[in-house]
Design a protein around this ligand. Structure first.
Ligand SMILES: [Zn+2]
Length: 233
């Protein structure tokens, strides 16, 4: 099993399952529950702090047919399609590999069309600081006059590389590095659900080594499991 398999398998599917970032989750859920969702967000924070997970949950919650207290139901036709990545109205783009003006121009053309199934077309742009200057300019034009049916969720580890003109159009949320306790809590859940017995000391050691990032924590856990399997053979 590759570690990404474990990481993806245990990616939280609701805000409630996420550990840490309570201040951000609370604000987002309040916005969703009261119908005051913004049109552009910037999620800033280190690796594995929950930016992409929160973006995916938010994109579903915005479009869910039966949302509850700001959470997506994960059972309606929209949520299901989003969860199996077949919903074309939620677009995930990695700016590290799609950073040209043309990539953003295609978004600018697309946003003029109504979503096919969902209420909103949501663009999640990861590593947004990697966009070229031309691409940022193209994105800015869309952010300045966003169509009603479009939302943007930008994620970055390096906000200082993003032009101020873009920053000023976004609601910014700063994701904190996760505490050792938060990482241990999540790892324990993963171990329980995977029938893995692990000592508290081992969990703590992994959480310390992960330095505040859940992705690294799960990666280390996965390697420990593989080593143990090898030894037991
Ligand atoms: Zn739903």
């Amino acid at each position: 099993m590759a570690y990404t398999a474990l990481y993806r398998k245990f990616r939280p599917s609701t805000f409630g399952e996420m550990v840490g970032q309570e201040h951000i989750i609370k604000t987002l859920k309040n916005q969703l529950a009261s119908g005051r969702v913004g049109h552009a967000y910037l999620f800033n924070g280190g690796r594995g702090t929950g930016k992409t997970t929160a973006a995916k949950v938010l994109a579903r919650a915005i479009n869910c047919l039966n949302p509850k207290d700001g959470e997506p139901c994960n059972e309606c036709e929209i949520c299901k399609a989003a969860l199996n990545s077949s919903l074309t109205d939620i677009v995930e783009m990695d700016a590290a590999s799609n950073n040209s003006v043309e990539d953003i121009r295609s978004i600018r053309e697309e946003v003029n069309f109504l979503p096919t199934l969902a209420k909103y077309r949501v663009y999640i742009i990861d590593e947004v600081h990697m966009l070229s200057t031309g691409a940022f300019n193209a994105l800015l034009k869309t952010l300045e006059e966003p169509p009603e049916h479009v939302k943007f969720i930008l994620a970055t580890t390096e906000p200082q590389k993003i032009p101020a003109t873009i920053l000023s159009r976004c609601q910014r949320f700063d994701f904190k590095t996760l505490s050792i306790d938060d990482i241990m809590k999540r790892l324990q859940i993963i171990c329980d659900e995977s029938n893995i017995t692990i000592s508290n000391d081992a969990l703590r050691t992994i959480a310390v080594l992960a330095e505040g990032g859940m992705r690294d924590a799960i990666s280390i856990l996965e390697r420990c499991i593989q080593d143990r399997r090898k030894r037991n053979k």
